[in-house]
Design a protein around this ligand. Sequence first.
Ligand SMILES: [Zn+2]
Length: 63
Amino acid sequence: MPTYEYECQQCHQRVEAVQSFSDEPLTICESCGGELRKVFSGVGIAFKGSGFYKTDNRPSSSD
Ligand SMILES: [Zn+2]
C-alpha cells in the first residue's frame, strides 16, 4: 500500500499514513486539529531549515 506524507499547516508536524487508494485522505492534524496537506516527495518543492519561500507579497522592487 502506498505511504502518504502529510504536513500540518498549523504545527508543521509531519504525518505518515499508509492508505489504499480508496481511503479518504487525512485532513485534520491529530495533534493540534490543524489542516493537513499532502506532501509530494520528488516534485521539487523542498522545505529546508525552518523557513520556506513565499513567492507572494514581495516588497516592491523596480528594475
Ligand atoms: Zn498540527
